[in-house]
Ligand binder design. Structure first.
Ligand code: 8NA
Ligand code: MG
Ligand code: MG
Ligand code: MG
Length: 354
């Protein structure tokens, strides 16, 4: 069983690899298949180390995750002004290829205009005051699961909500980020030899049912126009995942139709969770690759928002199988590897000293 320190490194490096590898496929005009992704990684693996080194850039997914980590470590917990300032100031100097979501920069600019005094309002006013449900909450949330490793899932929920609401206040964005955070949190604790994918889904279902019920039962939310399918969408998607895990023949088309591969939380976060769980179960469709490698290859093969689905799946898979499951040749390709390694160590030290 991978040691905890290795799982911390695995989760952050796994997230980085998902983003860097996935970003290479984001705007490809051709249909993506697992064998095309395998061809891509094989070319990288065969490159000379000096050609490989930092040859793949990271995007907004990593840039914002680093902002979360730095702020949590520096402030020893959540500090909204500090985290917001880090998000925005990074964005203002980042090259265009970091490709942020199309609306979230409006939040950064509003914060800056207020000299980082008015943090809450800009996110709430997004999308005609419904708030964003983009997957930008989930893509950066893995460090919250590491940070609360020795605490309760309720503490994780509190922290995940605060980090997410800085930019994403739609309930589907908030619940989605928690689903991703809880998946990493559970994966960090899971033992491979006794692991049951169904039990993992049941644990997630219990949490999501509680919070989705709580939201829809609250009087002030009754007029928010979310029908019961929408307000319980994560519970519903977790049921779909369970039914997929019972079958060996689920095609990529069916996964995309039922779970999605888009930029919204609801159409990408359950997909990332499934990419990990399927890779635990199915050791044959992508042969000669370990579970971590299968997760990344499969997540990207689903096309669509490839960097973000792979970054979320990679964070879960790395937490489960640990850093030793991630090929060194893959790690070396990524810009940002040193930071991910160092931060994972600092988070591990912080958590174990508590
Ligand atoms: P965001 O808050 O701008 O949301 C992303 C998108 O989600 C928006 O542009 C909208 O299309 C849609 N959206 C969110 N909330 C609503 C709503 N209430 N009503 C209608 N539409 C809504 O940014 P974010 O940080 O959530 O975005 C993260 C994603 O953008 C990640 O995939 C990241 O990698 C990046 N990105 C994705 C792509 C892609 O097409 N795959 C391309 C470039 C950047
Ligand atoms: Mg494409
Ligand atoms: Mg991105
Ligand atoms: Mg993306």
């Amino acid at each position: 069983m991978a040691k905890l320190a290795s799982r911390f490194r695995g989760s952050l490096i796994g997230a980085l690899i998902g983003d860097c590898f996935g970003a290479q496929f984001e705007f490809l005009p051709m249909a993506i298949t697992a064998s095309k992704v395998v061809d891509f990684v094989t070319v990288l693996e065969k490159k000379k180390p000096e050609k490989r080194k930092e040859s793949l850039y990271f995007t907004d997914d990593t840039e914002m995750r680093e902002g979360v980590e730095e702020s949590l470590l520096e402030k020893k917990g959540f500090d909204k002004k500090d985290m917001a300032t880090r998000f925005a100031e990074r964005y203002f100097v980042s090259p265009p290829k970091r490709s942020y979501g199309s609306h979230v920069p409006n939040v950064f600019m509003a914060w800056k205009r207020s000299d980082y005094e008015n943090i809450d309002a800009p996110a709430m006013s997004q999308f005609n005051f419904t708030g964003s449900y983009g997957n930008g909450g989930g893509m950066r949330i893995a460090p919250a699961a590491l940070f609360t490793h020795h605490q309760s899932p309720e503490k994780l929920k509190e922290l995940s909500d605060k980090i997410t609401k800085l930019t994403h206040t739609h309930i589907l964005g908030i619940h989605g980020a928690y689903l991703q955070a809880m998946s990493v949190w559970l994966a960090l604790k899971a033992e491979e030899s006794q692991f049951s994918t169904k039990e993992f889904v049941d644990q997630l279902k219990e949490k999501m049912k509680f919070y989705e019920d709580e939201y829809s039962n609250r009087e002030e939310n009754k007029d928010k126009n979310l029908d019961s399918e929408e307000s319980h969408c994560y519970l519903h998607k977790l049921d779909v995942i369970k039914s997929f895990l019972d079958r060996k023949d689920v095609s990529n088309e069916e996964v995309v139709k039922e779970l999605g591969h888009g930029v919204s939380s609801q159409s990408s976060i359950p997909t990332a969770v499934y990419a990990f769980l399927r890779s635990v179960e199915d050791t044959k469709t992508i042969p000669n690759r370990n579970g971590f490698e299968r997760t990344i290859i499969y997540a990207i093969s689903l096309d669509g928002d490839t960097d973000t689905i792979a970054t979320m799946a990679g964070a879960i898979a790395g937490a489960f199988w640990g850093e030793e499951s991630i090929p060194k040749s893959w790690q070396e390709c990524c810009q940002g590897l040193d930071t991910a390694e160092k931060t994972a160590k600092s988070l591990y030290q912080y958590v174990t000293e508590q």
